[in-house]
Design a protein around this ligand. Structure first.
Ligand SMILES: *[C@@H]1O[C@H](CO)[C@@H](O)[C@H](O)[C@H]1NC(C)=O
Ligand SMILES: *[C@@H]1O[C@H](CO)[C@@H](O)[C@H](O)[C@H]1NC(C)=O
Ligand SMILES: *[C@@H]1O[C@H](CO)[C@@H](O)[C@H](O)[C@H]1NC(C)=O
Ligand SMILES: *[C@@H]1O[C@H](CO)[C@@H](O)[C@H](O)[C@H]1NC(C)=O
Ligand SMILES: *[C@@H]1O[C@H](CO)[C@@H](O)[C@H](O)[C@H]1NC(C)=O
Ligand SMILES: *[C@@H]1O[C@H](CO)[C@@H](O)[C@H](O)[C@H]1NC(C)=O
Ligand SMILES: *[C@@H]1O[C@H](CO)[C@@H](O)[C@H](O)[C@H]1NC(C)=O
Length: 381
């Protein structure tokens, strides 16, 4: 068996020159370093013919296995260690004969908390921060990167309200407008950070919007008036005029002035109303109407002519008809019905009274006249 003898001698010869590497041992000087400090990993192999190559690898679920370094260095320094260094580490040693890999060691870099991020549900923003509608359920979610995970404490206007990541306010009220602060604490590192948001609670004005028409500019114009006072923020009101480009947008009150003579009887005008608490715009409308007929005058005397009551009436319409007696020299200006009561004496015999009706959609004022008769005993006009 000379051939066998020769093989044996050859392998004995090779083994003598080239010793295989054995499994190396891996050490980390601090397995839970604080982010920013240096970490040293060392790989020791007791047996193996030089030259030995060291292959450093990190293993994570997210990235799989990544080779960090391959060369003749048995020490890997991470300076500074960061959160991205977190993972399982191995070193592999390799020579001309074979390669062996160490057991895994976990490097757990501690850090944070970073500055917390606050999110809100339902999501809405105001001029100064976040916004919510009154009576809604509002969820504030605080989140800060931290290892180990941090704890959260919520403050409202700097008084402590809640411990936990998510602060739920079931039916938020306008009185809960203010500053909300989330404090994040890493108990292991004894570190803390905080963020503050401003939350504004919106609410609607009470009741419903009003649309109406009033006489304006000495009964020449019609003022279309749309109003819904109150609420926060103020409701935005806008008269819609399909044929004109002049659009008036205002808060709480919107007034649109139209020349009365140019208004067609029965024209409708719509005011559109928007508010952040409304899912969609709402509207109210008004129709300008010139009532038919004219002013209706009558006089009634009480028993013994003690008092005389003059009545002038013209009801209906929008704007209402304005009625005045004797060019406003007697009585008051009234809408729709103007009753004037006075105590007569003989100087009133045969006196003429004029009721004038004014309306922007009427080119000229309309009068009705009433002449008193001879006032003696119990007589009427
Ligand atoms: C290790 O390798 C570097 C080059 O990569 C070389 O400069 C250095 O001399 C080597 N050290 C040893 C101990 O072989
Ligand atoms: C809270 O915010 C964090 C970070 O954005 C997110 O991962 C988590 O799912 C949120 N929680 C809820 C209940 O929305
Ligand atoms: C909270 O602060 C806001 C302004 O920062 C203030 O408008 C509100 O009235 C305060 N609320 C309470 C209950 O103090
Ligand atoms: C709206 O109009 C009413 C009545 O004319 C008035 O009292 C109120 O001050 C007005 N509001 C605003 C915000 O202009
Ligand atoms: C609602 O009203 C606002 C302001 O009045 C306006 O800017 C907006 O275009 C309106 N939205 C719709 C859908 O009509
Ligand atoms: C204006 O229209 C109304 C109905 O819309 C009608 O009753 C009235 O008589 C009209 N007025 C005039 C002056 O035509
Ligand atoms: C005046 O009033 C009377 C009684 O109410 C009514 O019969 C008449 O139609 C009225 N006239 C006018 C012009 O409105």
């Amino acid at each position: 068996m000379p051939a066998h003898q020769n093989d044996f001698n050859l392998s004995l010869f090779l083994c003598f020159l080239l010793v295989p590497v054995i499994e190396p041992s891996l050490k980390i000087d601090d397995q839970t370093p604080v982010e920013g400090t240096p970490v040293q990993l060392s790989c020791t192999v007791k047996v193996g013919t030089q030259p030995i190559t060291y292959i450093w690898q990190r293993h994570t679920i997210l990235d799989g296995s990544i080779t960090l370094h391959e060369g003749n260095t048995s020490i890997l320094v991470l300076d500074p260690a960061t959160r991205s260094h977190t993972g399982w580490y191995t070193c592999t040693v390799k020579n001309m004969v074979n390669e062996e890999t160490s057991g895994r060691l976990y490097l757990d870099v501690t850090y944070g908390p970073d500055e917390p991020e606050i999110s809100i549900k339902p999501y809405a923003i105001s001029e100064t921060g976040f916004a919510a509608n009154e009576l809604e359920e509002v969820t504030l979610n605080c989140s800060a990167a931290s290892n180990p995970p941090c704890h959260y404490i919520w403050f409202y206007n700097y008084s402590q309200m809640y411990t936990g990541q998510m602060y739920v306010i079931p039916k938020i009220s306008r009185t809960q407008t203010g500053m909300y602060t989330c404090l994040a604490q890493n108990a292991h590192l004894n570190t803390r950070t905080q963020s503050t948001i401003s939350l504004t609670v919106y609410y609607l004005p009470v009741g419903s919007p009003t649309c109406t028409a009033q006489a304006h500019n000495n009964y020449k114009d019609v003022a279309l008036w749309c109003s819904w006072p109150g609420g926060f923020p103020l409701a935005k009101l806008k008269w819609l005029q399909p044929n004109e480009d002049k659009v008036i947008v205002s808060n709480s009150n919107a007034t649109l002035i139209k020349n009365g003579a140019q208004l067609q009887n029965g024209s409708s005008f719509t005011c559109s109303i928007s508010h952040p608490s409304l899912k969609r715009n709402i509207s109210c409308s008004t129709t300008v109407v010139m009532p038919p007929g004219g002013p209706n005058c009558s006089a009634v005397a009480t028993k013994m002519n003690e008092f005389i009551m003059l009545t002038c009436e013209w009801t209906g319409g929008l704007p209402r008809i304005t009625l005045q007696w004797n060019n406003n020299l007697i009585g008051d200006i009234k809408e729709s019905s103007n009753i004037y009561v006075f105590k007569p004496d003989r100087t009133y015999n045969g006196r003429l009274f004029t009721c004038t009706a004014l309306h922007p959609m009427m080119a000229e004022p309309a009068d009705c006249l009433i002449q008193l008769g001879k006032l003696s005993y119990g007589g009427e006009d």
